[in-house]
Structures are given as C-alpha cells and as structure tokens.
Design a protein around this ligand. Sequence first.
Ligand code: C5P
Length: 222
Amino acid sequence: MIPVITIDGPSGSGKGTIARLLARRLGWRILDSGALYRLLGLAAQRRGIPLDDEARLAQLARTMEVAFDDERVLLDGDDVSLEIRTEEAGNRASRVAALPAVRQALLQWQRDYARAPGLVADGRDMGTVVFPDAPLKIFLTASAAERAKRRYNQLKEKGLDANLRDLIKEISERDERDRNRSVAPLRPAPDALELDSTGLSIEQVMDRVLDEVRRIWPDQGV
Ligand code: C5P
C-alpha cells in the first residue's frame, strides 16, 4: 500500500501551497488534480471542442499527453504552466470537471500516480472518490474574502492580470458549481480533518497537518 495524504478544499484555501510543502518535506510525489482539469479545458479549446461535448471531452481526457515536470506542466509537449493558471482556465476546468464521463476517464490516471514512497494529492474529491482509503485526509477551507485575496496575490506574483472584485465573483461562482454538481461534489470525506485557515499563517496550518502526519506515520521523521 502506497501511503497517501489527500488535501481537498475550495479554490484559494491554501491547499496547493500546503500540498507542495508537505510533499517536499516528506519526499513524496504530488498530484495537482486541478491541473488535469485545467489542461483538459485548454486542450479542448485548442481543438475547438465545445465544453459540453461530454463524449469528445472524455475521449480527449484519455488521449491528451500531459506531463508534470518539477514546477512545469506540459500539454502535448508544450509548457503551459502559466496558461493554465488564469481565472479563465479555472472556469473552463470547472465546467469540464462537472461531466461524469470526464471524471471517470481521469480516475485511473490519478490512482496510478500514487507511487512509492508516497503521494500528496490535492483537489476536490481526492478523499471522497479518488483515494477513499487514504489514512490522512485534510479538508482545508477559508472565508471567501480571504480566498479571493490570496488568489489575487498569487496571480499578481505570477505577473498575471487580476481584479479583486471580479475574483470574488468568479471564485464564488466556481465554488457554487463545484459544490452543487451531481458527480464528486466538493465536500469533506466523513473521516477528513477539517481545517479553517482563515487568519492562519502557512506555518500554522503546516504545524497542524504535521502533527497528524507524525501521529499516523511516526517513522517518517517529520
Ligand atoms: O484546484 P484548481 O483551482 O486548479 O481546480 C480547477 C477546477 O478543477 C476546480 O474549480 C474544480 O472544478 C475542478 N477540480 C475538480 N476535482 C479535482 C480538482 C479540481 O473537479 N480533484
């Protein structure tokens, strides 16, 4: 059994940052499952496939060539790391992610990503659907205003254009769609540890998560 830690939550909750730090600390692989949906949205756009053509999108999900190479994300060999981070790409991702056949097509790919020595999996349904047997599941939240502010700072840091008011609106719409879709909606697994990171620093959230890691895997030496 490969050890897996799942980190789920809405956009801007800090799960990406915590997942990255945790994977580095443990020397485990990291799965950014949101990037898969973002990549599919981009691949569809490039091929002119409408975002509601479920059958063609599922087929594309099975055949698109994606690679995660350190911090870089490649689609059919092209570095699209920045292109998939825009809010537009996030919205496209959330639309294709609502389609059951698309989620099914990406399921095994995600499970196969778990390899020794371990995996930190970041997303919306990592603990509920993709890795239901993971020994440690975190569900990270934060208030909508704080999440929009974090997203704003992140985009600005990357040199991307951002407007706080638009971000609050887009984040709320995307959360709404993620929470209310019929398949794999955003919600904590029954056995997930729920952490509200509003007003907490990254270090404070990490400390809390590391306490759990030490409790479950005392030999990891973290
Ligand atoms: O986490 P990120 O913002 O990159 O995710 C983009 C979109 O992909 C989310 O809004 C969500 O709709 C979708 N997603 C998902 N399941 C996951 C990860 C992301 O449905 N495990």
